[in-house]
Design a protein around this ligand. Structure first.
Ligand code: ADP
Ligand code: MG
Length: 256
């Protein structure tokens, strides 16, 4: 998709925790309608990259560009921070994150969970938000669970509620961090089906996943991270069937 607008661009990003260099110069672009998957061993920096993209973490060098607008920074190196709080809010609310552990509020019903951020962060009208929330719960197949508390649902239903919550922000892109890793295999497929449907309707997504089948099915572009650097990237056909790097071949062989 070379001629659609990049929703998010990252150029030469560096991030260290103390002496530990976690990202050593990573670049990626997710254009409108594009699905980018990040794969790689545990500890390779996938989650850190997602969190740096929506400014939940502060990178120390390199650029983050949202819809053509570069993040502005103040300070240098480990002291670097985004300088414009409004820009941070705009980027966070437009890049909605779905976590491995769902992170639903236990004291709220599913409907309340889905409505919370549009009401409190975006200050949208309650009736309008409720209508949207019910629409997105239907869309992920749990319209009948609106009044249920998270503890009374399966992991697959909780993760679909978390996806509905992210969708209800009507973000420009969805960022998934291992959305199926905490689920039993039979529940995993419920969530994969939802992600596949979102890809088919042209949502922009960056997906960190250990599920190579899903990455192969839904992605336009796959990035293999190794120790904080991109070791190999390309279309799923190339990365999965014609891997060049020995590290990628070893990684894929271990997951067949
Ligand atoms: P992945 O998601 O690919 O498993 P992460 O991005 O979570 O990798 O972590 C990359 C490296 O950074 C790991 O070595 C991890 O221990 C380290 N790390 C992640 N978060 C922190 C943190 N908040 N403080 C210190 N080290 C961290
Ligand atoms: Mg991770």
């Amino acid at each position: 998709m070379p001629d659609t607008v990049p929703v998010i661009e990252i150029h030469d990003l560096h991030k260290a925790y103390g002496d530990l260099e976690v990202l050593k110069g990573v670049s990626l672009t997710a254009r409108a309608g594009e699905v980018v998957s990040l794969i790689g061993s545990s500890g390779s920096g996938k989650s850190t990259l997602l969190r740096c993209a929506n400014l939940l973490e502060h990178s120390q060098q390199g650029e983050v560009i949202f819809q053509g607008e570069p993040v502005t920074w103040k300070g240098q190196g480990p002291h670097r921070r985004p300088s414009n709080p409004k820009q941070v809010t705009r980027i966070r609310t437009n890049l909605s994150m779905v976590f491995q552990q769902f992170n639903l509020w236990a004291h709220m019903t599913v409907l309340q969970n889905v409505m919370e951020a549009p009401l409190t962060v975006l200050h949208r009208d309650r009736a309008e938000v409720e209508e949207k929330a019910r629409y997105y719960l239907d869309k992920v197949g749990i319209g009948d669970k609106a009044d249920v508390y998270p503890a009374n649902m399966s992991g697959g239903q909780q993760q679909r509620a978390a996806i509905a919550r992210a969708l209800c922000m009507e973000p420009q892109a969805l960022l998934f961090d291992e959305p199926t890793s905490a689920l039993d295999p039979e529940l995993e497929q419920e969530v994969v089906r939802v992600i596949r449907a979102l890809a088919e309707e042209g949502r922009t997504m960056i997906i960190v996943t250990h599920d190579m089948q899903m990455a192969a099915d839904v992605s336009d572009h796959v990035i293999f991270l190794h120790q904080g650097l991109i070791e190999e990237e390309g279309t799923p056909a190339r990365v999965f069937a014609m891997a060049e790097s020995e590290r990628l071949k070893t990684f894929l062989n271990a997951r067949q």
